[in-house]
Design a protein around this ligand. Structure first.
Ligand code: ATP
Length: 424
C-alpha cells in the first residue's frame, strides 16, 4: 500500500493544516486550489507547488477557508481547528497602530521583544509579525528583525546574533531572504557559556540597530521585532531584562509562561507593555538531536545554499602564517591570581591569540571586519565565515572551506565553538 498520495483537503475559516515531515528523504507538496491561505504569515500563491523536505514543520492557515492539494504521507499532516492566530493578528494590529502614530509624530516605531521558554513558537511568531508588517502594501513597512537566539537563530550560522531589515515576506519554504545582515560573533550555542560577552554584544547590536533606524525613516517607523533564547530563569531572566533595556523595548510578548509574564510586569518600567499570549498547539517540541541537526543544516546552508539556490564554496590551503586566529575569552583565573583592578569577568571578554593546532579541525572561523587585534574586535561585526577542514602540522598549512575564492581577507579570524563536518 502506497502511503504517499495526493488528496484535496478543505479547510474552513480559521483552521490550519499542520505538517511535519519527519522521515528521511520524505517530501510533502502543497498546492492551493481555491481560497486563500498563508504559511506563518506569508500568502501562498494559487496553483504553485511548495515542496517541503525532511525536518520541515509548518502550518497552512486560512482566514477565509480554502482547498489544498496535499501530496505526501497521510500521517504527516492533520487539520487543527484551534489556533492562536487571532491573538497574533491582534498583536499585529496594535503594532501597526503604534507605527502609524510614529509616522505622524516622526518618532520611533514599536520595538517588540518575544520571550518564552523553549519550543513555544517564538521564532514563528516573529516571522508572522514581520510578514504581516511587510504585507501592509501601501505603508512601505521595513521592520528590523533582530535574532538573539544563538542556538537556533535564523539570520546567520549558530553562535551568532544579528539583525536584518525585512523588505518582503519570507519564502514559505526558505524563510527570509538574508542579504547583508548585521552579524556579531559570540562563538557558543548557549548563552550560559559567556553571559558577559553575550550582554556586551547585545548592547553593541542595539546601538548599531538604533543608528541604522535613525538613518532610514521607513525602518524607524516600522520598529523592531526581537527573537530571544528560551532560557528564562535565573541568569537567563537577567539577560532578558538586559536585552529589554539595551533595545529600549516598548512591547514584550510572553509566550505561554505566566511566571515570566508576572516577573516582567513586576520588573519592567510601566511604559513597557507586557502581554501574555498562548502558544500554538502546533509548535513541535524538538529534541536535542534535532536541534543539533538543525544547527548543522544551517551551517551547510551557509556554505552550500539550498536546492533552489545552490552555492559553490571554495576549498584551498593557507599557510599558518597567513592567518591571524583569535578567540574571545581567556580561561578564568581564581580571584587571588588576578592583577589588581582586574575582575574575573574581564577575562571573559578578552581577545586571545590562538596557535594553529589539530584541535581547530572542523571549527568555524568568523571573519571580522577588524584587521588587527588592537582594534575593538568584540564590538566589530563580522563579514562571513570559513571552516577549517584540515590541519597539516608538517606542512604548517590548513585547508579552508570558504564562500569566497582565495585569497582570504587580511582580517582577524575568530574561532567558534561551532563545528561542521564537510561531507560534500
Ligand atoms: P526555540 O526554543 O528554539 O527558541 P521557538 O520557541 O522559537 O523555539 P519555533 O522555532 O517557533 O519555537 O517553533 C518550533 C517548531 O514548531 C518550528 O519547527 C516551527 O516551524 C514549528 N511550528 C510552529 N508553529 C507551528 C504550527 N502551528 N504548526 C506546525 N508547526 C509549527
Amino acid at each position: 500500500m502506497s502511503v504517499e498520495e495526493s488528496q484535496e483537503i478543505n479547510l474552513e475559516a480559521d483552521q490550519e493544516l499542520r505538517i511535519e515531515v519527519e522521515n528521511k528523504n520524505e517530501t510533502v507538496t502543497i498546492e492551493l486550489k481555491t481560497g486563500m491561505a498563508e504559511i506563518f504569515g506569508t500568502e501562498i500563491v494559487k496553483g504553485r507547488k511548495y515542496v517541503f523536505s525532511t525536518g520541515a514543520k509548518i502550518a497552512v492557515f486560512t482566514w477565509q477557508g480554502c482547498t489544498i492539494i496535499y501530496t505526501g504521507r497521510k500521517n504527516s499532516c492533520y487539520t487543527a481547528k484551534e489556533t492562536p492566530m487571532m491573538f497574533y493578528l491582534n498583536c499585529h494590529a496594535c503594532l501597526e497602530q503604534l507605527r502609524q502614530k510614529a509616522e505622524q509624530d516622526n518618532t520611533r516605531g514599536p520595538v517588540t521583544m518575544i520571550v518564552g521558554p523553549v519550543d513555544v513558537g517564538k521564532s514563528t511568531l516573529c516571522r508572522i509579525l514581520l510578514n504581516y508588517a511587510v504585507r501592509m502594501g501601501g505603508q512601505g513597512r521595513r521592520p528590523i528583525f533582530v535574532d538573539l537566539d544563538v542556538g537556533q537563530g535564523s539570520i546567520s550560522v549558530p553562535g551568532t546574533i544579528g539583525a536584518l531589515m525585512v523588505e518582503r515576506p519570507a519564502s514559505p519554504t526558505e524563510g527570509f531572504s538574508v542579504q547583508a545582515p548585521l552579524v556579531y560573533q559570540y562563538g557558543h550555542v548557549s548563552m550560559q557559556k559567556n553571559p558577559s560577552l553575550y550582554n556586551m554584544l547585545v548592547s553593541r547590536l542595539a546601538e548599531v540597530v538604533q543608528d541604522r533606524m535613525q538613518a532610514n525613516k521607513k525602518a524607524n517607523v516600522s520598529g523592531v521585532i526581537i527573537n530571544t533564547c528560551g532560557w528564562t530563569k535565573d541568569s537567563g531572566y537577567k539577560i532578558l531584562t538586559h536585552i529589554a533595556q539595551a533595545f529600549e523595548v516598548d512591547v514584550i510578548l510572553v509566550l505561554d509562561q505566566e511566571r515570566l509574564f508576572n516577573e516582567l510586569v513586576r520588573d519592567m518600567p510601566s511604559f513597557v507593555k507586557v502581554v501574555l499570549l498562548p502558544k500554538s498547539g502546533g509548535v513541535v517540541e524538538r529534541p536535542k538531536s534535532y536541534r543539533m541537526e538543525a544547527r548543522d543544516g544551517r551551517v551547510r546552508q551557509y556554505f552550500y545554499g539550498t536546492t533552489s539556490l545552490p552555492l559553490h564554496p571554495h576549498s584551498f590551503d593557507v599557510k599558518f602564517s597567513e592567518l591571524k586566529i583569535y578567540k574571545i575569552g581567556a580561561p578564568a583565573l581564581p580571584d587571588s591570581c588576578m592583577p589588581v583592578g582586574v575582575k574575573a569577568e574581564d577575562y571573559l571578554t578578552k581577545v586571545v591569540s590562538v596557535q594553529p593546532s589539530p584541535s581547530l579541525l572542523n571549527h568555524l572561523l568568523a571573519i571580522s571586519f577588524a584587521t588587527s587585534a588592537e582594534e575593538d574586535v568584540i564590538q566589530t561585526n563580522v563579514a562571513g565565515f570559513v571552516c577549517i577542514t584540515n590541519v597539516d602540522m608538517d606542512r604548517q598549512t590548513m585547508t579552508i572551506l570558504s564562500p569566497q575564492p582565495k585569497p582570504l581577507p587580511d582580517a582577524v579570524f575568530l574561532v567558534s565553538e561551532v563545528q561542521f563536518m564537510d561531507s560534500h
